[in-house]
Design a binder for this molecule. Structure first.
Ligand SMILES: Nc1nc2c(c(=O)[nH]1)N[C@H]1C(S)=C(S)[C@@H](COP(=O)(O)O)O[C@H]1N2
Ligand SMILES: [Mo]
Length: 223
């Protein structure tokens, strides 16, 4: 038996998942990778330059804050660390500490730069040796295995680099988004005891999986 992080349970499937309001939002551009870079540096765009970085494969576990975990996912892509050092740092003149991650479906979150610079954080464009599907983040997503799934932004198309922390979310979604969301220390939400969120979120897993499946099936028919 594998020992899972505190409060997590293994799921056999790897569902398309997220906050209910994202079930019906899909990326427009799934074939071409385009990253808008901004924040406290001059804006520019990254497309093919990404493929100049070394490709690597990584097997890692994925932990959703709602307590399900999928083990041994086989990703391929580029190390965020290498991406930052090779493609961003040359354009940076101030000390960057904070990164905002935005996606084609309107989803956004943030992480401290030091967390993204860990060796196991990827910009992944393949899962199981195939291009990442619509379900799992086409054309490219963040994979941050030490952080809850909500930091692993799918369909990422914009990355902003700042010298200081920014307010990315408002109200309830701000409360639900811990600034670091580390799995090992159970940083499930920005406030309140972890056991409460374990209990609360469990009720929504099945219905969320079903809603996302339905929306995906309906959307696929329109393609
Ligand atoms: N763009 C985008 N990224 C997202 C989400 C989302 O709704 N939109 N949901 C997050 C949450 S809560 C989880 S658990 C994972 C789910 O990834 P999966 O759909 O590949 O299982 O994506 C994260 N990244
Ligand atoms: Mo999640």
């Amino acid at each position: 038996m594998r020992i899972l992080p505190p409060g997590q349970k293994e799921l056999e499937i790897f569902p398309r998942f997220g906050l209910p309001q994202y079930a019906n939002r899909f990326p427009k551009e799934v074939d071409k990778i385009r990253l808008s870079i901004g924040g406290d540096l001059e804006e520019f765009e990254i497309t093919e330059e990404l493929t100049s970085l070394p490709r690597l494969n990584q097997v890692s576990d994925f932990h959703c804050v709602t307590t399900w975990s999928k083990l041994n996912l086989n990703w391929s892509g580029y190390r965020f660390n290498e991406f930052y050092t090779s493609l961003i740092l040359p354009k940076v003149s101030k000390e960057i500490t904070f990164v905002v991650l935005k996606a084609q479906d309107g989803y956004k979150t943030s992480l401290p730069l030091k967390d993204l610079m860990q060796q196991n954080v990827l910009l992944a464009d393949q899962l199981d040796n195939k291009p990442i599907t619509l379900e799992h983040g086409a054309p490219i997503r963040i994979v941050a295995p030490d952080h809850y799934g909500y930091k692993s932004v799918k369909h990422i198309n914009c990355i902003e680099f700042y010298t200081e922390a920014q307010t990315v979310k408002q109200g309830l979604s701000r409360f639900m988004d811990h600034p670091r969301a580390r799995v090992a220390t159970e940083e499930r939400a920005s406030n309140g005891p972890a056991f409460f969120f374990r209990w609360l979120y469990k009720f929504g897993i099945k219905s969320t999986i079903r809603d996302f499946e339905k929306s995906t099936a309906a959307y696929r028919k329109t393609l």
